[in-house]
Structure formats: C-alpha cells, structure tokens
Ligand binder design. Structure first.
Ligand code: 13P
Length: 248
C-alpha cells in the first residue's frame, strides 16, 4: 500500500520567527512518521523553509506556480525557479486562487503542465461550492476541473496528485463526512483510471477542516490517500496528530 501524504497549506500565514519554531517542532515530532509529509509555504519563505526542513523528511511545497515558462509576467514565479529551491510539490488551482484570482480550468491545467515539466508534483485542487452541491452538481464540477488537467497532461497524468477540497468545508469547521468524501474520491479515481493504468498510485488528498479529531476516520476511507491541511497545519501539535493518524 502506498504511504499517505499529509501536506500543510500555510496560506498567507507565517513569519521568519514563527516558521522556524513550527518547523523545529514538526521535525522533532515527526521523526517516526510513516507517511509522506510536506509544507506548502508562501513563496517568500521557500528559501528559509528549504533550509529548515533539510534532513527532516518534510518536503517543501509551493502554493502556486506560473503557467508560463519565463518572461514578462510580473509577480509570477516559474516552476524552474521553484525547483531551484528544492520545491517538490506545488498546489495548483486551489479554490482561493480560482475564486480570488479568476483561475480557469485551462490556466490550472497549464500550471500543472509547467510543474510536471520541472519535476514538481502538482497537487491539483478540485471541489464544489455549497451552491453547486445543493444543486447536485458536485460530480460534474470536480470531473470538469480534473478533465482539463488530464486533457492537457496526457501520459504524464500519473505523476500528479489531486486534492478534493469542497469549498464549503474550507476554513469553516464543516468537514465533509468520510462517506461524502469517499464518494467523490471514488469518482475521481475512476476518472483517473480511465486516463492511466497507474491511477492507483496517484495520491488523492482530502482537504477542508481536517483536524486531529476527524483525520483518522477520513484517512481510513479506501480512496483517501492523505490530507491537505490548512488551519491545523499552523499548529505543530495539531499537524503532528494528523501525521500520526496517517502513519498507521
Ligand atoms: P482548512 O484546513 O483551514 O479548512 O483549509 C483547507 C485548505 O484549503 C487546504 O488547502
């Protein structure tokens, strides 16, 4: 069985001092972890955190990557630049980027493509809003979001990771039930199976108010291969208990 992957998404949080304290506590607490671990940090802190996680088993992740290779794209950071600083994972298409930065499915697919070309695993985020769920559109929405990435990335698709993050569960304290999450994960797995014979090795993470209390149940579902953790990744004790839940 593949190891689970627990990735923290710090979002726009942290400081030089708090990053140091957090990574020190995580490194000390995660020595026996049996899962894969990553922290996706603000771009400005990648260099600092690269140094802090060295030798700890915690991988470095970015929260976004440009869909362009290089050139006149003010403010953007390319996949090749991220790779130079040891970045192993990059979130693409997080719902906050889709919502506040107008990222389309096509843009997200382009970002995944750049990440893959640079040897970075894109963690492709998909998820429905509350209104979409209430209209019965959940499957349609997540399949459309993933289809764009599959279409653009063809045979490389087995190198991606996916995160199912229902928008209504992000930062709200409302977690999808294990059954609700498993249902969508199974839909995504089936879609990946139709695209690659290696679909079973793809990590499909759940994200949205994952915490120490609900992690065990969520992570015990057949198609939930890990977690993408926001708020609870900012506190070492909470993140470590999710790591422990994924280490069984
Ligand atoms: P929360 O864990 O804070 O709900 O955030 C989830 C998320 O958006 C991770 O990318």
């Amino acid at each position: 069985m593949k190891k689970k992957l627990i990735a923290g998404n710090w979002k726009m949080n942290g400081s030089v001092a708090s990053n140091e304290a957090l990574i020190q506590a995580l490194s000390a607490g995660a020595v026996d972890a049996q899962c894969l671990m990553a922290v996706c940090v603000p771009a400005i802190y990648l260099v600092q955190v690269q140094r802090l996680v060295a030798g700890s088993g915690i991988e470095l992740g970015a929260q976004d990557v440009s869909a362009h290779e290089s050139g006149a794209y003010t403010g953007e950071v390319s996949a090749a630049m991220l790779r130079e600083y040891g970045v192993r994972y990059a979130l693409v298409g997080h719902s906050e980027r889709r919502q506040y930065h107008g990222e389309s499915d096509a843009a997200v697919a382009g970002k995944a493509q750049r990440a893959l070309a640079a040897g970075i695993t894109p963690i492709v985020c998909v998820g429905e809003t509350l209104a979409e769920r209430e209209q019965g559109l959940t499957e349609e929405v997540v399949k459309r979001q993933l289809a764009a990435v599959i279409h653009t990335n063809g045979h490389c698709i087995s190198e991606i990771a996916v995160a199912y993050e229902p928008v209504w569960a992000i930062g709200t304290g409302k977690t999808a039930s294990p059954e609700q999450a498993q249902h969508v994960h199974a839909v995504l797995r089936a879609q990946l199976r139709a695209a690659t014979e290696h679909a079973d090795k793809i990590h499909i993470l759940y994200g949205g108010s994952m915490n120490a209390a609900n992690a065990v149940q969520l992570l015990s579902q057949a198609d939930i291969d890990g977690g993408l953790v926001g708020g609870a990744s900012l506190k070492a004790v909470d993140f470590l208990s999710i790591i422990a839940a994924a280490s069984v």
